[in-house]
Each structure stands twice: as structure tokens, then as C-alpha cells.
Design a protein around this ligand. Structure first.
Ligand SMILES: NC(=O)c1ccc[n+]([C@@H]2O[C@H](COP(=O)([O-])OP(=O)(O)OC[C@H]3O[C@@H](n4cnc5c(N)ncnc54)[C@H](OP(=O)(O)O)[C@@H]3O)[C@@H](O)[C@H]2O)c1
Length: 172
């Protein structure tokens, strides 16, 4: 099973400000919907609060330490291992880690793939950030550029990375 991170980040790796996305890019929302529909999505409690509802046609899993948290249409788990284990029963090929910053930070080592929308702007006073990708750990597989227009506030690039194998290559 593939564990995929999906994220949109500015040139300075900002992903959020005051628990909101710092931009409106309709194209990216459609891309997110297309990729995640019919899959499991795992998110932190702040990200759920920001979205405000379970996203339709997906298995929504929210992680929170709050054992009393009970949200309609959402599976709550107290840690990320339990969230992943819950997803495994669905036998989907791909699990999507959809944020926010604390969840990306904890899952980047375990992820196999990253769908990164690079938003061509620098956000000042952001308060949520994506980790800097290490070139030796991640290999760029594809990049598709889109220009800003009335529905898309900034130019943006859909980039796909896969984890560079940490297994040693044995030559015979
Ligand atoms: N640009 C993007 O692609 C993107 C995507 C998603 C989110 N965002 C932005 O990111 C920001 C939110 O990120 P954030 O870092 O503040 O919050 P977050 O990661 O969404 O949620 C943090 C909360 O998740 C729970 N949590 C985290 N790790 C846990 C663990 N190991 N076990 C159990 N619970 C755990 C805790 O909830 P409790 O406090 O309830 O215990 C914690 O307070 C917002 O600005 C949002 O708009 C951006």
C-alpha cells in the first residue's frame, strides 16, 4: 500500500495561516478531489476544524489525543499508527495524508509518495509549514505547470515525488 502525502505549499513552504489555506486555487481543489475520492484521508484535528465537515466519498480519519472527540461521518483515532491500521482494512491501494503541518512532519518519513502543489508566491506571517524536501530522499517524477487566472490566485505546479529507495543497490 502506498502512503501518499498531498499538500500545497508556497515557495517558502508555507501551507497555512490562522488555520486556513493562504490562497484560493480552484484548480488545486479539483486536483485534490480527483486524487483523494474513494480513498482514505488522514488529517489532524486542526485541519478537520478548518475544513469543517467530512469530505464526501472518502473515508475521513481525524487524529486527536482527545478520547471524547466524536464527529459525525468521521473516524477518530488517538494516534497515527491506529489511523493507518484502520485504513489498511479498506484494502485501498493508496492512503492520503492531507495535513496539516504536525501530521506532515510526523508522516514524511513513512510516506512513499508526495503530491506537492508548488504555489508561486511567498507567504508572509504564515504559521504552518511543510518540511523542506531533501533531494537525496525524494525523486521528482512529474511536474505540470498552470498559470494564474480569475479562479486561480497564483501560478502553480503539480509536482509528484517518490521516495528514493533506502535499500542498498547490490551489483553482481
Ligand atoms: N496547504 C495545504 O495543503 C494544507 C493541508 C492541510 C492543512 N493545511 C493548513 O495547516 C494548518 C493546520 O496544521 P496544524 O499543524 O496547525 O494542525 P494539524 O496537523 O491539522 O492538527 C494538529 C492536531 O492533530 C492532532 N494530532 C497531531 N498529531 C497527533 C498524533 N500523533 N496523535 C494524535 N493526535 C495528533 C492533535 O489534535 P488534538 O489537539 O485534538 O489532540 C493536534 O493538535 C492550517 O492552516 C491548515 O489550513 C494546509
Amino acid at each position: 500500500m502506498t502512503i501518499s502525502i498531498i499538500v500545497a505549499a508556497s515557495l517558502n513552504n508555507c501551507i497555512g495561516k490562522a488555520n486556513q489555506l493562504p490562497w484560493h486555487i480552484s484548480n488545486d481543489l479539483k486536483y485534490f478531489k480527483k486524487l483523494t475520492t474513494n480513498h482514505c484521508i488522514i488529517m489532524g484535528r486542526n485541519t478537520f476544524d478548518s475544513i469543517g465537515k467530512a469530505l464526501p466519498n472518502r473515508v475521513n480519519i481525524v487524529v486527536s489525543k482527545n478520547e471524547k472527540l466524536n464527529i459525525e461521518g468521521v473516524v477518530v483515532r488517538q494516534n497515527l499508527d491506529d489511523a493507518i491500521a484502520y485504513c489498511e482494512q479498506w484494502k485501498h491501494q493508496e492512503i492520503f495524508i492531507i495535513g496539516g503541518a504536525t501530521i506532515y512532519q510526523q508522516m514524511i518519513e513513512k510516506a512513499n509518495k508526495i503530491y506537492l502543489t508548488r504555489v508561486a508566491t511567498t507567504i508572509e506571517n504564515g504559521d504552518a509549514f511543510f518540511p523542506e524536501l531533501q533531494a537525496k530522499e525524494w525523486s521528482l517524477q512529474s511536474a505540470t505547470r498552470h498559470e494564474k487566472d480569475e479562479k486561480n490566485e497564483f501560478d502553480h505546479i503539480f509536482e509528484t515525488y517518490i521516495k528514493v529507495s533506502s535499500e542498498p543497490i547490490i551489483y553482481r
